[in-house]
Structures are given as structure tokens and as C-alpha cells.
Write a protein that binds this ligand. Structure first.
Ligand code: SF4
Ligand code: SF4
Ligand code: SF4
Ligand code: FES
Length: 961
């Protein structure tokens, strides 16, 4: 039985390229019917249109699509059913046992031709010059029904002069071509959940309208493109297709932006990418996308791309363009020289969460085998390292427990410190769909996030806690659960370590953990916390989704364990609809952790200190590996400033912009004798480099990414690398130049090595990925097609382990000098440090970072909307424009970090999580005041930026690049 919400491995691929007309139905019973004499068995409730398509019979259709509920407006899908009168629409007629359907006879043919004739009589007859020519459902259907002539002329009323809307940077709207099928309106509602479109007017006057009859850009439209994709005409059309024409081939690959890991068809014209179409066979996205993955791909061919390797002796010198061989040799000689002078431990590497698993694996292997130390780390240090620590300690595995689709079985959805509609938009849309179906929502966040504004949202509880008080809140919820006996005792007795549970119970039941006692800490009324705890514990399947608002705190790891405690205490682990789900930020941050990027863990989270685990790698790699963990990123910075750490290889990571306390990072980078940066652009880190190695975009290489569901998906090369090499080839060359041989011919060989050395990956290989489409690890003999839901029978550590989660206030508190708390986050249109999205038309939505503050705080300081404000913390100061917003609570201000010149991380401090050193980005005490000029740091940054750009541009001019 085809089942949307309980995906079986590979099933998404079965009909990935066919539109079956109406969505799959979830039913335990089946019915058997015949279509044109062909018998077909389908789940009860399936439409006749879909049943016919499953039997291989395509009934003409226009208003139906298999990602939308049937609508029944065009009547083109009419059929005849034995024993019934008339010609019902097959898209709205459910299949029944014994039904006999005829899809083709003269009467039906005449009806369909008449319908098409009416459509075409109010449609421009410019097919040959229309951008959709050859890829237009209206044109196809005219051909299918055999329409040869139109009896009605254009002399009467028509829509041919309707005004076009070109306001959106990526698609245009030409109402003269619209057949008012409502597919766009329904896609915006049902798939995306934004409700930006309506059909206005009636009969002949009816038309599609965005927002309050505005243009698309001014409306609530978030530019996801679902309407464009579903439009059966060229009314809604990608500008890239209008400009460049229809593609001639396509390749399925994986989005390189966020941790949702959407699958796309990269549609090509020769080597030119003309459209990214979300792939229905993608198990993470089922054919949906957001504005970034679908439209913001222009960065890959942007003129700023680095195309030539470059070297220099010091950062105040211009660059010298050299061959790949010379650049690699220069880098290797420098690293060897530094190690000879300062010791083996004086160099290290940072792997990239943007690069593939195979590339990340190679960088950490290079550090451990060629550098000969464990000084490897990754950006997960600054985002989800507490997830790794917290979930491993409590549940025994460092990853989320569910599939995204699992949320469709949830009755209660608790979102803590995450903003899915902006940061994980495709999952945000799925979540909204479940909320519209009636699931209850609990949001713990200092801000009133957009999820709380979901159209048709049912019961929702917002817990607007003060930044830094997560642990007090989760403890208060735990307190309610145990003191009101809301635990799932059967789960606790069978699945958990009961001695640890008893200790936790005793701790959490103490009055100091009650909602009433915590109210003065969190700022959340006790009654609200009690209500949230009761809903979470009592209303069926409860799932927790959390983000960096949980991890990026001095108690990030404690909070992750507090969340796991709640899930175990209520038995919300190990089945669909429940679980603990970190929403991973970057496309491959899960993978970069899995691949052994951390200084203490080899691939598959195998600790370097455990002899028998380390020996496997030593034998396979033919080297001795240090049994002591190496330096974490913050330790590398400190050691660089102290003078003991001198060389760093950074692949695809802009630490100078993304890491906290920018001035400290800049000082560390300036102290290095050799900084090797491999990246697409001259990013902030690259301005401190001695060796610049051009990186390759996801379109230029083969490999795999692993998303937030542990899903490994293929990345496929669709165009040649602009500088001639894929990133893994560059790492391999560097290793060879350092004297440690690597000889892979293709990333699949690297994956084969990973599988041999990583117990959770033994079943993963490229052939199986081709067969199944994607695989959620663990994938091994016990789980040959992967593991959608974790911890179903037991935990990898046997019994689940409750941990005491004492609330310890952060040292970063508001004071008289710094009376406000700054917290940071993301927005939909930009991504992370913005290196990609700033080089696309997404700039139209967010071309600078701004400071959001509550009207009360603004008024107290005489600040008006749009004023320049200085933001000062004990780490530094910067200047941004103010946005006065009641989304904030008084006392809390908010910004993003997508633009380097805004200096958001100049103000964040180097406070960090006690267990993992994950920085406390989410809590910085600041003062805000009106100013008239940029900060000193911004002025220095601008000068340095101009100098480095000049060095680069003069080099490019010389080489004609
Ligand atoms: S814009 Fe396209 S999808 Fe929307 S109603 Fe018109 S033809 Fe249908
Ligand atoms: S692009 Fe997305 S959000 Fe905008 S109107 Fe279309 S479906 Fe709605
Ligand atoms: S949701 Fe994430 S993975 Fe999907 S298209 Fe958007 S950025 Fe890409
Ligand atoms: S496709 Fe069935 S009525 Fe339009």
C-alpha cells in the first residue's frame, strides 16, 4: 500500500516522474476496480484518477496534481462509470470495490474537446514564442484531446491584455495566460502554508490575486515557487526559463543550503543551470522547496568565484596566482616547516559542513594521518556540539530520532529555540500542515516566531522565556510531569535506567524546580508552564523540535539532556510522531559530525582514546593516531594568540564571520604563519590567508550530504568545477604533497572506506543509494535499508539515562551598563554568513542586518524605526539600523549575522557551553543607543576589506581572470 507518512526505503522513487493526479491515501483497507478493463487494487479512498494512473492509464487533467487535494473545476478528467449516470470527474470520485471505469470513448472525447476549446478561446495563441513551449500542460492537453480548431474568435471579452507582474526577482506572473485552475492558490495553502494567493471575483471576472491585490513582492509571498511549479500554463514562470529557454536534460542532486536536505532536479541546458525543480522522489521534501534551494543558485556562477590558486608570504602583500601544483607544494612546505619548528601539534584543520561527507572525511583524515595530530574541528562546534554530547549521554546516539514525515503523526509539537519557517522552511511547511490538521503547538522562544502566526492554527502556547533560562524552563516542565504523576511508568520501567530515573525524579520534584519558583528566572507565568507540561505529557504523540536557541548557551548540553529527560519520562521516544529532533543548520552539519570532524572522535563517533576503535583506523590508514583529543576551534584560536599554534587548513568555513568575538578571531588568524583557505569566494577568513585554493560548488562535484534526519543523499556533478578540481581532489593533492599518500579515483571509493570503518555505515554505498534514493543511518546488516526511527526497541547504550540538569545562570547577565540581552537568529532569504545568498537576488529581501527591539526599549532611548544604533557589549561594539518590533519582549533585542560589515559577532562574547565549548551566541548583555556613524571596528573592517579586495582584483586583472 502506498503510504505517504510512513515512508519505506525507495518508495518515493516509484512514481517520482509521474503526476498521479491526487495525493496518496492512508488506509488499511483496499478496493479492487477496473479501468478500461485493467484491474487495479488501491487503498480505499483513492481517487479514480489516481487509480487509473497507477494502472498505467493517464486520464487528461488540468486542475489536478498529486501534491494537491482534488478540486474538480476543469472537468477534463471526466470518465464514465458502469451503472452511474453522467460523466463524473475522476479526480473527485473515490475508487470503489468492483467499479468499472471507462476513460475513453466518443462522448468523453467530445466533452473534453469542448472544454479545451473554451479554455483556448481566451488564451493567447503564441505557443511557438511562449517560454513554456514544449513544457506546458495546457498545450499537452490540447494535443491529448485532439483539439484542432477553435470556433470562437477573440472579438468578445477576454483577458489577453491583463497586466503582467514582474515584481518578484525570480518569476513573473502573466494573467493573460491564466486558466483560473486554482492550482497556484491551493499550492500556496496546502503545500507551502502561506495563504498568499486568492481567486478574486466570480465567473468571467475571477482572477488570481496576491495578498490584498498587490504585486507578488509586496504580498505575503515567501517566494517558495510552489505556485510556479504547479502552474499548468506559463502564467507563473521562472524568469530564468524566460531568459534562457527550456532545459535539455536534468540531474537529481541535493540542496546545499540547510539541513532539510531537499532533493532537486538540476535542469540544464548544456553546462548551464536554468532551473532547480524540487524532486518529488526526495524523501525529505516530496517535491517542495524554499526560495533558497529553488531560486538562489546564481552564486555558483557569480563573477566573484575564485578561479585560480594563489599564494603570498604575508597578508599585507598582494596575491601571486600560481598553478595548482605550486600552490599545493607551497602549502605543504609551509606546514612541514611549521611542524619542524614548532612541533607536530602546531597545525590543524577545520572541516566544512557545506562540503560533502567524502570531502569532510578526507580533511579529518589528512589532519590525523598527514599532520599527525587530532587538531580537527568543524562548525558544529559553534552550533550543535551540545546535541552530540547531550543525546549521546542520555539516548546513546548523537542524532535526531525521527524522519521529518514523522511530524504528521504528532498530536503535540513543541518547538524550542528554533524558527523553522525561516531556517528550515520546507520542514516548517510540513509542520504547519500538521498544525492546520489540529496538532497542538508549544513554542518556547523569547520571540513571537512566525509559526505562532500559522493560518488556521489551533491551540498554541507561547512560553516567551528570557534568553539564557532554557534549563529552568525545562526543569519546571519536568517538575509538573513528576509531581502530577504524568509520567509513562511502563516506558520508564522497561526502557530506562530506573536508578538514574529515581535520582532525577527526586531532584526535579524539589520545590526550587517548580514553575512558580522558576517564574522569576524565566519570566514565563507558572500557569502557562503547567499548561504546556500537561499538554506535552497527556495529549498523545508529543514531539520536540529544537534549534540553536537550545544549544548555543553556556548550558546548551544541559538543556539537550533536559529535553531527552522529558521525552523519556513521558515515553515519547521510539515511534512515529514523537522523538527528540535537533534541527541541524547547514546542509551537511550532521555529516561533518558523523565523519569524525571533532578532535576527540574518529568517524562514526568512535573515541580516539579507545584503543580497539583507534586500531581499526591505524591499520586501515597505516599510521599511528594520537590517543588524546586534539584542539577545538576556540583552543586553536587561543593557542594561535599564545604563539603555539601556527598553521591552519580551513575548507569551506568562514570562521572570521561566523565565530563569536570577531576581534579575538581576527587576532588569532593574524597570528598564523600559514593559513590555507579553500573556498568559493574571498570570504572574511580568506582575507587572512597565505594560500587561497578555489573551492567547488555542490553543482561541480560528486558526493553525499547527510541531513538533519540522518538521511544520506547523493550530490551529483552537473557542471565542471570552475577551477578544474573538486574539493576532495585538492585535499588529496595536499596530503600527497605532505607525504601521506591518498589515491582515490572517485568519491564512491571514499564512501566505501567510510563504510568499512564505521559500524553505522556498513550498508552505505553508492549503488544502494542509487536503488533507494537516500538512506538514513544506521545502515548495516541489522538495518539494511536504513533506520527511519531510532530507539524503537532499545537504546544503543541499553537503557535510557536520565541526567540531573541543575540550572546554572549564565555569567552573561544584564547589568546597569549593559541592560539589554541580545539574541541572534536567521531569516528566510539569507543563509548563514550570506556568502552564497548575498550573491543572488535574495538581497532584495534583506540587504543588511538590523537590530530588532521592543517599542518600550526604543522609546526609552529615543530610537525610531530606521535609526542608526550603536550596540555595545563587553566584547565590542557595532552599528546597525533599528527595527522597532513588538515581536520582541522588552529587555531583549535581536539580530542576524548574514552580512560581514554589520559585525554581529563583534559583540557576541566567548562564553561557551560547559561541555562542548559551543559559544553562547544567544545571550549577550548589551547597551543600545542612537549614533550617527559606523563603529571603529566597522571603519577598520572596511579599510581592511578594501585592501584585500584590491590585492585580489589587481591579481585577477593581471591574470585576466
Ligand atoms: S496562475 Fe497558473 S496555476 Fe494559478 S490559476 Fe492561473 S493557470 Fe492555474
Ligand atoms: S511563491 Fe510560494 S508563497 Fe509565494 S505565492 Fe507562490 S506558493 Fe505562495
Ligand atoms: S528548505 Fe533547506 S534544503 Fe530545502 S530548499 Fe530550502 S534551503 Fe534547501
Ligand atoms: S482534473 Fe479533475 S476536474 Fe480538473
Amino acid at each position: 500500500m502506498i503510504e505517504y507518512y510512513q515512508p519505506q526505503a525507495g518508495q518515493n522513487l516509484a512514481f517520482a516522474d509521474i503526476d498521479l493526479g491526487t495525493p496518496a491515501v492512508n488506509s488499511d483497507t483496499t478496493v479492487t476496480m477496473s479501468v478500461d478493463g485493467v484491474e487495479v487494487t488501491v487503498p480505499a479512498g483513492t481517487s479514480v484518477l489516481r487509480a487509473a494512473a497507477l494502472a498505467g492509464i493517464q486520464i487528461p487533467k488540468l486542475c489536478a496534481s498529486d501534491n494537491l487535494e482534488s478540486f474538480g473545476s476543469c472537468r477534463l478528467c471526466a470518465v464514465q462509470i458502469e451503472g452511474r449516470r453522467g460523466m463524473p470527474a475522476s479526480c473527485t470520485t473515490p475508487a470503489e470495490e468492483g467499479m468499472k471505469v471507462t476513460t475513453q470513448n466518443d462522448k468523453l472525447a467530445t466533452l473534453r474537446r469542448n472544454i479545451m476549446e473554451l479554455y483556448i478561446s481566451d488564451h493567447p495563441l503564441d505557443c511557438l514564442t511562449c517560454p513554456a513551449n514544449g513544457n506546458c500542460e495546457l498545450q499537452d492537453m490540447a494535443g491529448v484531446v485532439g483539439l484542432r480548431e477553435v470556433r470562437y474568435g477573440f472579438s468578445g471579452d477576454n483577458h489577453l491584455d491583463a497586466e503582467k507582474d514582474h515584481s518578484n526577482p525570480y518569476f513573473s506572473f502573466d494573467p493573460s495566460k491564466c486558466i483560473v485552475c486554482s492550482r497556484c492558490v491551493r499550492a500556496c495553502e496546502e503545500v507551502q502554508g502561506t495563504f498568499a494567493l486568492t481567486i478574486q471575483g466570480r465567473g468571467f471576472e475571477s482572477k488570481v490575486a496576491a495578498g490584498q491585490n498587490e504585486d507578488f513582492l509586496a504580498s505575503d509571498c515567501v517566494s517558495c515557487g510552489a505556485c510556479v511549479q504547479t502552474c499548468p500554463t506559463s502564467t507563473l514562470m521562472e524568469k530564468s526559463i524566460i531568459d534562457q529557454g527550456q532545459p535539455d536534460h536534468s540531474v537529481v542532486t541535493t540542496c546545499a543550503y540547510c539541513g532539510v536536505g531537499c532533493s532537486f532536479k538540476a535542469e540544464m541546458k548544456g553546462n548551464q543551470l536554468v532551473r532547480m525543480t524540487p524532486y518529488k522522489g526526495g524523501a525529505a521534501n516530496h517535491g517542495h522547496s524554499c526560495v533558497k534551494g529553488r531560486f538562489a543558485f546564481g552564486y555558483a556562477t557569480h563573477q566573484d568565484r575564485l578561479t585560480t590558486p594563489m599564494i603570498r608570504d604575508s597578508i599585507d602583500q598582494p596575491w601571486k596566482p600560481v598553478s595548482w601544483e605550486d600552490a599545493i607544494q607551497f602549502a605543504a612546505d609551509r606546514i612541514k616547516g611549521i611542524q619542524a619548528k614548532y612541533g607536530r601539534e602546531s597545525v590543524g584543520g577545520i572541516t566544512s559542513s557545506r562540503c560533502t561527507n567524502e570531502e569532510t572525511y578526507l580533511v579529518q583524515k589528512l589532519v590525523r594521518a598527514a599532520f599527525g595530530n587530532n587538531n580537527t574541528d568543524t562548525c558544529a562546534r559553534v552550533c550543535h556540539s551540545p546535541t552530540g554530547y547531550g543525546l549521546k549521554t542520555t539516548l546513546g546516539e548523537s542524532a535526531g530520532t525521527q524522519t521529518f514525515d514523522s511530524v504528521m503523526e504528532s498530536d503535540v509539537i513543541m518547538v524550542i529555540g528554533a524558527n523553522p519557517t525561516d531556517a528550515h522552511p520546507v520542514f516548517g511547511s510540513l509542520l504547519r500542515k500538521r498544525l492546520r490538521q489540529g496538532a497542538k503547538l508549544i513554542v518556547a522562544d523569547p520571540r513571537h516566531i512566525d509559526l505562532l502566526k500559522t493560518p488556521h492554527l489551533g491551540e498554541a502556547i507561547h512560553l516567551p522565556l528570557r534568553p539564557g533560562t532554557n534549563v529552568a524552563l525545562v526543569n519546571a516542565m519536568g517538575h509538573v510531569i513528576v509531581t502530577e504523576n504524568l509520567e509513562n511508568q511502563a516506558f520508564i520501567q522497561n526502557r530506562c535506567d530506573t536508578a538514574l530515573y529515581s535520582k532525577w525524579r527526586e531532584f526535579i520534584a524539589q520545590e526550587r524546580n517548580s514553575p512558580e519558583a522558576s517564574e522569576s528566572i524565566t519570566g514565563v507565568p507558572a500557569a502557562q508552564v503547567r499548561k504546556a507540561a500537561r499538554v506535552y505529557a497527556q495529549k498523545g504523540n508529543s514531539a520536540i523540535y529544537y534549534g540553536l536557541g537550545v544549544t548555543e548557551h553556556s548550558q546548551g548540553s544541559t538543556m539537550v539532556m533536559g529535553i531527552a529527560n522529558l521525552a523519556m519520562a513521558t515515553g515519547n521516544i521510539g515511534r512515529d510522531g514523537v522523538g527528540v529532533n535537533p534541527l541541524r543548520g547547514q546542509n551537511n552539519v550532521q555529516g561533518s559530525c558523523d565523519m569524525g570532524s571533532f578532535p576527540h572522535e574518529l568517524p562514526g563517533y568512535q573515541h580516539v582514546g579507545v584503543d580497539e576503535l583507534r586500531k581499526n583506523f591505524e591499520q586501515a590508514w597505516g599510521v599511528d593516531i594520537d590517543n588524546e583529543p586534539g584542539l577545538r576551534i576556540p583552543n586553536m584560536f587561543d593557542a594561535a594568540i599564545e604563539g603555539t599554534f601556527k598553521g591552519l587548513y580551513v575548507q569551506g568555513e568562514d570562521i572570521a564571520q561566523s565565530d563569536p568575538n570577531t576581534q579575538h578571531v581576527q587576532k588569532a588568524l593574524s597570528s598564523l604563519e600559514c593559513l590555507i583557505v579553500q573556498d568559493l569566494f574571498l570570504n572574511e577568513t580568506a582575507k587572512y590567508a597565505h594560500v587561497l585554493l578555489p573551492g567547488s560548488s555542490f553543482l561541480e562535484k560528486d558526493g553525499t550530504f547527510t541531513n538533519a534526519e540522518r538521511r544520506i543523499s547523493r550530490v551529483r556533478r552537473v557542471m565542471p568545477p570552475v577551477a578544474g578540481k573538486q574539493d576532495w581532489e585538492v585535499t588529496q593533492d595536499l596530503s600527497n604533497a605532505l607525504g601521506y599518500p591518498m589515491n582515490y579515483g572517485h568519491p564512491s571509493e571514499i564512501m566505501d572506506e567510510i563504510s568499512r570503518l564505521t559500524p553505522t555505515f556498513t550498508g552505505v554505498n553508492y549503488q544502494r543509494l542509487e536503488q533507494l534514493g537516500s538512506i538514513q543511518w544506521p545502515c548495516n546488516d541489522d538495518h539494511p535499508v536504513g533506520t527511519p526511527i531510532m530507539h524503537v526497541e532499545d537504546f544503543p547504550i541499553g537503557k535510557g539515562r536520565f541526567v540531573l540538569t541543575e540550572y546554572v545562570p549564565t555569567e552573561e547577565r544584564s547589568t546597569r551598563r549593559f541592560p539589554l540581552l541580545l539574541t541572534t537568529g536567521r531569516i528566510l532569504s539569507q543563509y548563514n554568513v550570506g556568502a552564497q545568498t548575498r550573491r543572488t537576488d535574495n538581497q532584495i529581501w534583506h540587504d543588511e542586518d538590523v537590530l530588532e527591539l521592543h517599542p518600550h526599549d526604543a522609546e526609552e532611548r529615543g530610537i525610531r524605526h530606521g535609526d542608526w544604533v550603536g550596540i555595545t557589549s563587553r566584547a565590542g561594539d557595532t552599528v546597525m539600523r533599528a527595527v522597532v518590533s513588538s515581536r520582541m519582549q522588552p529587555g531583549v533585542v535581536y539580530t542576524t549575522f548574514h552580512h560581514p560589515g554589520s559585525g554581529a559577532n563583534v559583540i557576541t562574547t566567548d562564553n561557551s557551553d560547559w561541555a562542548t565549548n559551543c559559544p553562547e551566541y544567544k545571550v549577550t548583555a548589551v547597551q543600545v543607543e542612537r549614533v550617527t556613524q559606523p563603529s571603529n571596528w566597522q571603519q577598520r573592517h572596511q579599510e581592511f576589506d578594501q585592501q584585500q579586495r584590491h590585492f585580489l582584483n589587481s591579481t585577477t586583472a593581471e591574470t585576466g581572470g
